[in-house]
Ligand binder design. Structure first.
Ligand SMILES: Nc1ncnc2c1ncn2[C@@H]1O[C@H](COP(=O)(O)OP(=O)(O)OP(=O)(O)O)[C@@H](O)[C@H]1O
Length: 561
C-alpha cells in the first residue's frame, strides 16, 4: 500500500517575534530562532532500491543502461555524496531521486521509500514540491541584485510569510552561510564584478533554504571552485544540516580531502553501477580489504576515482573486466550485504502511515507574485549595465547622428517631411532598442526555469510580469501613423496615453516646429505639411488639390489672408 502524504494542522513555524537581527554576530539562541523554519522533525530517511535508468543510445539506437541497479539510504542529519568519474550517471541518479526528468526517451524503474514507505509518483511529486529543493550545477542568479535582495526575493516568491518572519530567515541564512559581510554587495554580472564563485554557490544554497525544505539535492556544488571555496560551501552546508537535522544529497566530482571528509556517506559509481555505499570514514578500509590500499598522503577521493575510471586506459577490454570484477567484489562484500539488510528493515518498519509534512507555507497570490516579479525586473532594468548602460550609449550615438543630419536642414518646404521622418525615426529607435534587452532576457529565462522547477511560480506570472514591464517598449501608437483624434478608441485609451513614445515624439515635434513659420504658396499642392488648428480640426482640402497630396493650409496663411 502506498502511504498518503499530508499536512498536519500544528504550526512548524517560529511563533516568537524575531529578535533584532542586525550586523551583530548571531549567538546560538538567535540562530535557533532564525532557523526554526528549517528544523526537520518529520523526514527520517530516504531510501531507494533497484534504481535503473535506461536510454535509447544516440548512436546505436539500442537500449543503454546509464544507472544500473543502484540502492542506498540517507538518514536525517546526514550529508550524502554521489561520486564517480564524469559520465558515470551521478546527475541521472540525482534527478531520479528528486523526481526530475532523467533525459529524453529514458525509462526508469525502482523504488523510493520515504520513512520506509514506498512512494508512488503522485505522492513523490507532492513530497518534493513541499519538502525538497534542488540546487543546480549552473545556478542562475540575477547579477544586479544584492545578496540580501536575492534572498528576500526568493522568500517573497516562495511564501506569503510576514515581513518580520522573512527578515528573520534572511538574516539567519546570511549568518549561516558566512555572507554577512557581502549582504549589500551585488551578485555580479559579466561586466560588473560581484561576489566570488564560492560565495555565489553558498548564496544559491541559502536561497533554496529560505523556504525551509527538509531535503536538499545539489548537483556538483563544488565544481569550478578552488579547494578552499569548495570546502567552505560544504562546511556551511554541513553546519545547517547538522543543526536542523536535514537530509542532503549531492553529486560531487573530485573533492579535496578536507571537503570529502565533510560528507557522512558515500556512493561510488562507475558506468552506472555501484562500487561502494557506506560511511566515508569506512571507504579506505573497504578498499584495503579488496587489495587496494590508499597510499599515505594521497587524497582518497582522487585515488578511488582513478581506480574506477576506465576513460583514459589504452587497454579498454582489460580495464572493463577489472571494473566488472570490482563491481562484483562490492556486490559480494559485507558492506553490501549490510546495506540490503538495512534497506529491508527500513521497509519493514515503514508503517504505511501518513507522512506528516508539517504545516504548509501559505503561498503568495498570483497578483503578489506578479508584483514581486515586476519589482525584481524593475531593479534589474535600471541597475544592469547590459539592459540600461548599453542603451544609454546607443541613445547618445543616435543624438549625435540626428543632430548632425539636422544641421543641413533649413526651413524650406522640402525640409518638413525629412524632419518629421527624422523625429519619428528617433522616437521609434527608442522602441526598437528594446532588442538590447535580449541578453538580459536570457538571464530572466534561466531564472524562470530554475524557479519554476522548484515550484515557486508558473508561466502565467512570468508572462504577465514580463508583458507589463515590456509593453511600453513594444507598442507604437504615438500618433505618427494615425493622429489620436481619429485613432480607434481601444488603442487610444488602452495604449496611446501611456506609450512613452507618444510623449517623446510630441515633444520633439513641439521642440522643432513650435517657433517656426512655414508659408504655403497659394496652390495647396506646394504645402508639404498638414496642419490642424487649435481644436485639432483639419483644414479643408482645396478643390484643385490632387488627392493624396499634403493639403492642409498653414495657420499663418489664414492669418495673412
Ligand atoms: N541518449 C543517450 N545515448 C548515449 N548515452 C547517453 C544518452 N543519454 C545519456 N547518456 C550517457 O549517460 C551517462 C550519464 O550521464 P550523467 O550526466 O548522469 O553523468 P554524470 O556522472 O553526472 O556526468 P558529469 O560528471 O560529467 O556531469 C553519460 O555517460 C551520458 O553520456
Amino acid at each position: 500500500m502506498v502511504p498518503e502524504v499530508q499536512y498536519s494542522s500544528g504550526s512548524s513555524h517560529n511563533d516568537k517575534e524575531p529578535t533584532a537581527l542586525n550586523s551583530a554576530a548571531f549567538d546560538v539562541e538567535q540562530q535557533a530562532v532564525a532557523e526554526a523554519h528549517l528544523r526537520n522533525t518529520t523526514i527520517k530517511s530516504i531510501a531507494w532500491k533497484g534504481v535503473k535508468v535506461t536510454v535509447k543510445d544516440r548512436k546505436t539506437k539500442l537500449p543503454k543502461s546509464i544507472v544500473d541497479d543502484v540502492e542506498g539510504v540517507v538518514e536525517a542529519g546526514e550529508l550524502f555524496a554521489i561520486m564517480g568519474p564524469s559520465g558515470c550517471g551521478k546527475t541521472t541518479l540525482l534527478n531520479f531521486l528528486a523526481s526530475r526528468p532523467t533525459g529524453p526517451s529514458s525509462s526508469t524503474s525502482g523504488k523510493i521509500l520515504v520513512n520506509g514507505n514506498p512512494m508512488d509518483s503522485r505522492s513523490l511529486t507532492l513530497f518534493h514540491r513541499t519538502t525538497s529543493r534542488f540546487v543546480e550545477q549552473e545556478d542562475t542568479m540575477i547579477g544586479s541584485l544584492t545578496v540580501r535582495e536575492t534572498l528576500h526575493f526568493a522568500s517573497r516568491l516562495a511564501t506569503a510569510s510576514s515581513s518580520s518572519e522573512r527578515i528573520s530567515r534572511v538574516e539567519g541564512l546570511l549568518d549561516a552561510f558566512g555572507l554577512r559581510e557581502q549582504a549589500n554587495t551585488l551578485v555580479g554580472t559579466p561586466l560588473r564584478k560581484g561576489i566570488s564563485g564560492g560565495q555565489k554557490r553558498r548564496l544559491g544554497v541559502a536561497s533554496q533554504l529560505i523556504t525551509g525544505p527538509k531535503v536538499l539535492f545539489l548537483d556538483e556544488p563544488t565544481s569550478g571552485l578552488d579547494s578552499v571555496a569548495g570546502w567552505e560551501v560544504v562546511k556551511y552546508l554541513r553546519g545547517v544540516t547538522k543543526r536542523n537535522n536535514l537530509i542532503v544529497i549531492a553529486s560531487i566530482h573530485q573533492p579535496s580531502t578536507a571537503t570529502f571528509n565533510l560528507f557522512d556517506k558515500l556512493l561510488l559509481m562507475s558506468h552506472g553501477k555501484m562500487h561502494y555505499f557506506g560511511p566515508v570514514a569506512a571507504v579506505t578500509s573497504h578498499y584495503k580489504s579488496l587489495g587496494h590500499q590508499v597510499p599515505v598522503h594521497v587524497n582518497p577521493a582522487e585515488f578511488l576515482l582513478e581506480l574506477v575510471n576506465t576513460d583514459f586506459t589504452t587497454d579498454k577490454d582489460t580495464a572493463s573486466r577489472q571494473l566488472e570484477d570490482m563491481h562484483l567484489a562490492w556486490m559480494n562484500s559485507v558492506k553490501s550485504t549490510e546495506l540490503r539488510v538495512l534497506l529491508d528493515s527500513i521497509e519493514k518498519a515503514g508503517s504505511n502511515a501518513v507522512i506528516d509534512l508539517g504545516t504548509p507555507e501559505k503561498k503568495p497570490t498570483h497578483i503578489r507574485l506578479v508584483l514581486t516579479l515586476l519589482h525584481r525586473s524593475f531593479l534589474k532594468s535600471y541597475r544592469d549595465v547590459v539592459v540600461y548602460g548599453i542603451r544609454l550609449m546607443m541613445y547618445m550615438g543616435l543624438a549625435i547622428m540626428m543632430g548632425t543630419v539636422w544641421l543641413r536642414l533649413d526651413t524650406s518646404q522640402e525640409s518638413i517631411i525629412p524632419i518629421i521622418n527624422a523625429l519619428f525615426y528617433g522616437s521609434a529607435f527608442l522602441s526598437f532598442m528594446a532588442c538590447a534587452y535580449s541578453p538580459a532576457y536570457i538571464e530572466d529565462y534561466m531564472q524562470y526555469i530554475k524557479e519554476k522547477r522548484n515550484g515557486l511560480y508558473g508561466a502565467t506570472s512570468m508572462i504577465v510580469s514580463n508583458f507589463l514591464i515590456g509593453t511600453p517598449y513594444l507598442l507604437s501608437v504615438g500618433g505618427f501613423m494615425v493622429p489620436p483624434t481619429i485613432l480607434n478608441v481601444f488603442y487610444k485609451y488602452v495604449f496611446h496615453y501611456w506609450d512613452y513614445q507618444k510623449y517623446a515624439f510630441e515633444n520633439m515635434l513641439i521642440n522643432e516646429f513650435s517657433e517656426r513659420v512655414y508659408v504655403c504658396q497659394k496652390t495647396a499642392t506646394d504645402c508639404q505639411f498638414h496642419v490642424q488648428d487649435d481644436k485639432g480640426v483639419g483644414h479643408p482640402r482645396p478643390a484643385n488639390a490632387k488627392k493624396g497630396t499634403y493639403l492642409k493650409a498653414h495657420q499663418k496663411s489664414r492669418e495673412n489672408a
